[in-house]
Design a protein around this ligand. Structure first.
Ligand code: FCB
Length: 437
């Protein structure tokens, strides 16, 4: 049991759990088109054991059971993502009716169980034919994405409580085009700079297109990382500011102020697309809510060996999760308060938070992790942040991207041989919280 109760969070606070299409759905043979994660995973060395989302949790077929688990836990809302290649297999053009039928059933299934649908439009499964045209490096992606967003609004918008455009644009741009750890796996600064701008241009273009269709309650989901210097040296402090700029300020300033931080613009220089400044009103299109995903902090040291971005995360001393991330609940409070104090006040949702833990249904460290982070949310509210909801990552153990199936984040254990679901102690802890107050 958690030592917090739900009424402490306020009367209208929303509790939910989150997933993403590529990580759980499987069901790739029913008219769904190829995605960049299929080819990335098929390239040796990119994912643990070459794992991919081909089968994942077979949620495409087992969704009623998964929604029952959501309902039985007592969650108010389910954060899920639409798979763009399932709805529009080539990314643009022809719609896959079986994909539309699947999300019709899924959303109706949520409503039948009293779960509010919180949808994400893009959680990383870009249709491969769009990658062939340059993907996030190509400015045209703003229009491709907006057309897809409008399709979602026309088919499902009347039944959605909230819609987020992009999940974690830092991962879409920097992790995938500079570090190369995620699809499409590039390591190129020009590709990165273009993706950093186009991902936010696509976000703003889609928000405007959705509003024109009558959509309400639109947001974006940013992954923010508390960045702290590894030492007190001026070089490490400067590196920390740079890291914060690339990770946090680029997206916060872009979306919430309609401007990019000058130090990062200067560093990216000519790699940014010509005329990007003319797009800033679209990038900064007002949104209705902000989602923040939080897992850990980064300790940052100067890295002269990487002149383009001389800032590197170094290992910290705190207790770590099974994926090696330090457990640092204070960072969640700090980020929520910072965003609330430094930017226009908006309703904020913690759209992901959770930890990887070794396999098993007895997961006391995860119960402690959740409890500490729920308290961190309460502390942020006490300090004035308008936090309206909290989503645990994740409902199920699932395909953890480059880590394959080796890292488990679920409240519910999945046996990938049999697809049997078994609730963990952390699931029961949420059930206790949500049923007892
Ligand atoms: C986030 C992703 C999510 C999951 C968690 C652990 O960055 O949004 O899909 O992989 O990390």
């Amino acid at each position: 049991m958690f030592s917090v109760s739900r009424n402490q969070f306020g009367p209208d606070f929303t509790f939910g759990a989150a997933t993403a299409a590529y990580q759980i759905e499987g069901g790739q043979t029913d008219g769904r088109g190829p995605a960049i994660w299929d080819s990335f995973a098929a390239t040796p060395g990119n994912t643990d054991k070459g794992d991919s989302g081909v089968m994942a949790c077979d949620h495409y077929n087992r969704w009623p059971e998964d929604l029952d688990l959501m309902r039985d836990a007592g969650f108010d809302a389910y954060r899920f993502s639409f798979a763009w290649p399932r709805l529009i297999p080539a990314g643009t053009g022809t719609v896959n009716d079986k994909g539309v039928d699947f999300y019709d059933r899924l959303i109706d299934g949520m409503l039948e169980r009293g779960l509010k649908p919180y949808a994400t439009l893009y959680h990383w499964d870009l249709p491969s034919p769009l990658q062939d045209k340059g993907g996030w490096m190509n400015r045209d992606i703003a229009g491709w994405f907006a057309d897809y967003a409008v399709l979602v609004q026309q088919k499902f918008g009347d039944r959605l409580d909230a819609m987020a455009t992009i999940n974690e644009p830092w991962c879409v741009a920097f992790l995938s085009h500079f570090i190369g750890a995620h699809a499409p796996g590039y390591r190129d600064i020009r590709a990165t700079a273009r993706a950093m701008h186009h991902v936010l241009l696509a976000h703003g273009t889609a928000v405007n297109a959705l509003r024109a269709e009558g959509a309400k309650n639109l947001g974006i989901v940013l992954n923010l990382q508390k960045s702290e210097p590894a030492t007190d040296s001026p070089a490490d402090k400067a590196a920390t500011h740079l890291f914060d700029g690339i990770f946090n300020r680029w997206y916060l300033d872009g979306v919430l102020k309609g401007e990019y931080p000058a130090d990062i613009v200067k560093r990216l220089g000519d790699h940014l697309p010509d005329g990007f400044a003319d797009d800033m009103a679209v990038v900064g299109t007002p949104i209705d809510w902000l989602g923040i995903n939080y897992y850990t902090r980064s300790l940052i040291a100067d890295d002269p060996a990487t002149p383009a971005f001389p800032a590197k995360p170094v290992e910290g001393p705190l207790e770590k999760t099974d994926i090696g991330w330090e457990i640092y609940p204070q960072g969640l409070t700090d980020l929520l308060v910072r965003v609330s104090d430094d930017y226009k006040k908006l309703p904020i949702f913690v759209t992901e938070n959770g930890m990887a833990e070794v396999e098993g249904i007895d997961d006391p460290r995860r119960v402690n992790y959740y409890e500490a982070h729920l308290k961190a949310v309460l502390e942020a509210q006490r300090q004035g942040a308008d936090v309206r909801g909290y989503f645990a990552w994740s409902l199920l153990d699932n395909f953890e991207w480059a880590e394959g199936y080796a890292k488990r984040f679920g409240l519910v254990h999945v046996d990938y041989e049999t697809q049997k679901r078994s609730p963990k102690a952390s699931y029961r802890a949420f059930q206790g919280l949500l049923h007892n107050s």
